[in-house]
Design a protein around this ligand. Structure first.
Ligand SMILES: Nc1ncnc2c1ncn2[C@@H]1O[C@H](COP(=O)(O)OP(=O)(O)OP(=O)(O)O)[C@@H](O)[C@H]1O
Ligand SMILES: [Mg+2]
Length: 381
């Protein structure tokens, strides 16, 4: 009997242990199942859109702008009551665009990824002709950066910036870089058309950050090339793209108005289209010094030829003065192109010395190319 007792007791004990094991396993499996269901749910939720808060309104409403530039008046989740302010980055639900989450403050918007920042090395002596124009730049950019106390003593404020206008290839960018070199300033270059095309929805923010960066890296020169693409007179601002350009432009004006004329940030802008510029940009206190950059005259052409042939070996028959007479109307960039072509004519004949004939062929070639290019442009309207 005793042995029987034992055989009956033993399985009961084993069963109990097994039952607890299974129960525990069951619980674990249930937890796992819940986790997997959750995970599955997360995959099923449509993605949230990223938007920027433009303005907040009472009763949990706000205006947001999506990345494509469209703006909407939407609801805000109750958990975010009074927690939003303009310029916050938020996540919105796809269908109703209800704001459901605020994104953490982004790390400093890294503008250096979007603009060219450099310490150029262009000396005034590398610019041919343009004596008067160089003097203007020295007065407006160089002098205030180097001797601000002079202006304080006399009691005047120098212009905040200078606008260079003229045909392509006449040396506008070159002048701006030379001004940065002579003042050892950081040169921050932005191209108007890129600001508009590449950074859709970001233009205004980028402008703001660029001015911030300039102050950090001062002395600095902000060079805005093709300023006409953000500062052209507009009849209407109907499309969201036009509104975006308008916003970028407004931000630029605000930044210009906000900085000190005697601070160590200066502005240089360039354009080929002074005719379409909005007068708001040329108003006193903004870009009030407008400087026309002409194509070089006879002496200018000789100067530029000298600069670009400095490292070339010229044959005795080469007379730069004579050659320059055949180059009337050419821009600095074209004159440089002539020098390079001249070198190629010599290379093709295995020579290191360039001759008068090489120059003549090169002048003819560049002149023809220029005519073709203008024809192409006129076909394009
Ligand atoms: N006055 C000049 N002296 C010496 N080189 C010049 C001069 N003007 C132009 N060049 C040469 O032509 C190149 C192009 O000039 P630059 O980029 O300054 O023209 P730009 O006026 O800015 O033209 P764009 O309006 O097309 O931007 C220069 O890098 C330089 O090699
Ligand atoms: Mg240029």
């Amino acid at each position: 009997m005793e042995s029987n007792d034992i055989t009956v007791e033993s399985p009961t004990y084993v069963h109990e242990v097994e039952e607890t094991d299974y129960r525990e396993e069951n619980i674990l499996l249930k937890i796992k199942l819940a986790e997997m269901r959750n995970e599955l749910m997360r995959y099923k939720i449509p993605p949230l859109l990223v938007a920027e808060v433009i303005d907040t309104y009472p009763q949990n409403r706000c205006m947001v702008r999506l990345k494509n530039g469209n703006e909407f008046y939407v609801n805000v989740d109750a958990s975010l009551d009074k927690k939003l302010k303009s310029a916050d980055e938020v996540l919105v639900e796809q269908k109703s665009l209800t704001v459901i989450q605020k994104l953490g403050k982004k790390k400093h918007f890294d503008v250096s990824k979007y603009v060219i920042v450099e310490k150029p090395n262009i000396k005034w002596s590398q610019i041919g002709g343009l004596k008067k124009e160089i003097e203007e730049l020295k007065e407006v950019i160089e002098l205030p950066l180097q001797k601000p106390e002079l202006f304080k003593k006399i009691g005047i404020e120098p212009p905040k910036g200078i606008l260079l206008y003229g045909h392509p290839g006449t040396g506008k960018t070159l002048l701006a870089k030379a001004a940065a070199t002579s003042t050892n300033a950081t040169f921050i270059e932005i191209v108007g058309s890129e600001l508009v095309q590449k950074f859709i929805g970001q233009g205004a923010k980028l402008v703001k950050s660029i001015f911030e960066m300039a102050r950090e890296k001062a002395p600095a020169i902000i060079f805005i090339d093709e300023i006409d693409s953000i500062a052209a007179t507009r009849m209407d601002v109907g499309t969201s793209g036009e509104r975006e350009v308008q916003r970028t432009f407004m931000q630029l004006l605000a930044e210009i108005d906000g900085f000190e004329p005697l601070g160590n940030v200066k502005l240089i802008a360039a354009t080929n289209r002074i005719d379409i510029l909005d007068t708001a940009i040329t108003r006193p206190g903004r870009f009030d010094r407008l400087v026309f950059i002409p194509t070089p005259d006879h002496k200018g052409i000789v100067d530029i030829l000298k600069i670009h042939t400095k490292n070339m070996k010229l044959a005795e028959d080469v007379n730069l003065d004579k050659i320059s007479k055949k180059m009337k109307g050419m821009s600095g960039a074209e004159i440089r192109a002539v020098c390079i072509e001249t070198g190629y004519f010599a290379i093709r004949e295995d020579r290191f010395i360039v001759t008068d004939k090489d120059f003549n062929k090169a002048v003819a070639k560049i002149a023809v190319e220029e005519i073709e290019r203008k024809k192409d442009l006129s076909y394009m309207g």
